[in-house]
Design a protein around this ligand. Structure first.
Ligand code: NAD
Length: 468
């Protein structure tokens, strides 16, 4: 079955070769995607460069076009959600939310103002501060939230007057390719091109001299390669990378009250989320109660093909990740950990894994030290809050973290001690288009969202002039 086409310079374009896209609920190839050539990338980037001049010349038209993009996505919501479920695995209901969040994020970006300001006026001269578009943005996305993360990049990049060439993950190209077709119905040609291919296509993009800015979301290892590729011509970069978020449960927390938020903070999207809870620290006095509420919820979760009504979680998205999660859990169990629930794959053919709560875990186990990115949550115990904070921070990751308790002032004080981009109290993953999102340390560089995210798609310019 052939899937949607690549859109290059406003035109649906076939590639000379294709690659197979696997349905993770069956493990079988169900569609083909275009494997774009280097020449096709050159064409997309040349079209983006050419389209940029007119695109940024008329700000009102640009803002209207952004709202029209959001409308177009909403008008094709059912179709986009179905493609997303087929290739990504998430339940149709979650895919529908991802589509509507994508258009919500685009509208939020459309509503932002770039503004100019006078930063010097001393009677002899004035200096105005402007924010100019950078040019062509290379946007590269991972397989966990293909549409939403594309929206995080498209909205502010375009709002700032840039044009974009977008490349989805080879695991999940279809919904993004279709999004490219849909938004090109309302955009001037070349403003947004969507190309698909293997990882090499991403490397061609990041090394290409026509690109002025790279907005990348993916793994730490690839993020570092992207930054190195950007160095020769000093491309601007924003990197949203992995996480190993800690949730610290304080001794005054009510396990029954926090159970739902803590559980879904870890298991939403089958744990395949950069800023999900990946380690829970509980005081020894609350260990059994917290493990019980988490395990009870994990047992109640319905796992199955995303097309099945009533399913809460689908399969793990791809075979490599499925094997990795199996390996992390097997290693921990062999090293003395216990599964309070789960601990093993579910019956296939797809990449289904039982939601798993692990106890008896410690630092030094891979499932604690590494980003598991799957439906597995290790629960660790601590004696003092200082110790919990120190262990939560003892990682190269620093995306987000959370603290759970009844005394909100105390919990907020502890949250502020976490080395991370966002620290929550009694919540996790409460993302919003108005709030800057980004990581410290190896979790990233720069932020997305809000005016801060918009500014990352601009170049500052100071315009001096003498007083009249
Ligand atoms: P990945 O790094 O393997 O791939 C991400 C994208 O980069 C894909 O489109 C891929 O084709 C492309 N790519 C691969 N090699 C490249 C290269 N050398 N140059 C340029 N592009 C290249 O990541 P993944 O496995 O798709 O996604 C999972 C990772 O993404 C996890 O670590 C997760 O934490 C992270 N993530 C982070 C955020 C965030 O906002 N911080 C959000 C979602 C996912």
């Amino acid at each position: 079955m052939s899937g949607p086409s690549t859109t290059i310079g406003g035109r649906a374009t076939e590639a000379p070769a294709t690659f197979g896209v696997v349905d993770p609920a069956t493990g079988a190839v169900f569609a083909d995607a275009p494997d774009c050539t280097r020449e096709q990338l050159d064409t997309a980037l040349a079209a983006a460069t050419a389209a940029g001049r007119a695109w940024r010349a008329d700000e009102a038209a640009l803002v209207s076009a952004l709202y029209a993009m959001a409308e177009a996505i909403d008008a094709h919501a059912g179709e986009l959600a179905a493609l997303l479920t087929a290739e990504q695995g998430k339940p149709l209901s979650a895919a529908g939310i991802e589509v509507s969040e994508t258009s919500r994020w685009l509208r939020a970006a459309a509503a932002l103002e770039l503004g100019e300001e006078t930063i010097l006026d001393d009677g002899r001269r004035t200096a105005r501060l402007r924010r100019r578009a950078i040019g062509v943005v290379a946007a590269i996305t991972p397989w966990n939230y293909p549409l939403l993360l594309a929206g995080w990049k498209l909205g502010p990049a375009l709002r700032a007057g840039n044009t974009v060439v977008l490349k989805p993950s080879p695991y999940t190209p279809l919904a993004t390719l279709r999004l490219g077709e849909v938004v090109n119905e309302v955009l001037p040609p070349g403003v947004v091109s969507v190309v698909s291919g293997g990882d090499a296509l991403g490397a061609w993009m990041t090394g290409h001299p026509a690109v002025g800015k790279i907005s990348f979301t993916g793994s730490v290892a690839t993020g570092k390669a992207v930054m190195a590729a950007a160095a020769p011509d000093l491309k601007r970069v924003t990197l949203e990378l992995g996480g190993n978020d800690a949730a610290i449960v304080l001794d005054d927390a009510d396990p029954a009250a926090i159970g739902k938020g803590l559980f879904w903070g870890a298991f939403i999207n089958n744990g395949q989320i950069c800023a999900g809870v990946k380690r829970v620290f509980v005081p020894e006095s609350l260990r059994d109660a917290v493990v019980d509420v988490l395990a009870e919820r994990a047992r109640r979760v319905r796992v199955g093909p995303g097309t099945l009504p009533g399913v809460h979680l689908g399969p793990i998205q791809n075979r490599v990740q499925y094997d990795r999660v199996r390996g992390l859990v097997a290693d921990a169990l062999a090293d003395g950990a216990s599964a309070a629930t789960g601990g093993a794959p579910l019956e296939g053919p797809g990449y289904f894994f039982a939601p798993t709560i692990l106890t008896g875990v410690r630092e030094g186990m891979r499932v604690v030290d590494e980003e598991q990115f799957g439906p597995v949550l290790p629960v660790l115990t601590y004696r003092t809050v200082d110790e919990a904070v120190e262990r939560a921070n003892a990682t190269r990751f620093g995306l987000s973290g959370s603290v759970w308790g009844t005394d909100l002032d105390r919990a907020t004080d502890v949250a502020a001690r976490l080395d991370c981009g966002t620290a929550f109290v009694n919540d996790h993953l409460a993302l919003d288009p108005a709030l800057p999102f980004g990581g410290s340390k190896d979790s990233g560089l720069g932020v997305e969202n809000g005016p801060w995210g918009l500014e990352e798609f601009t170049q500052l310019q100071v315009v001096h002039r003498p007083a009249a």
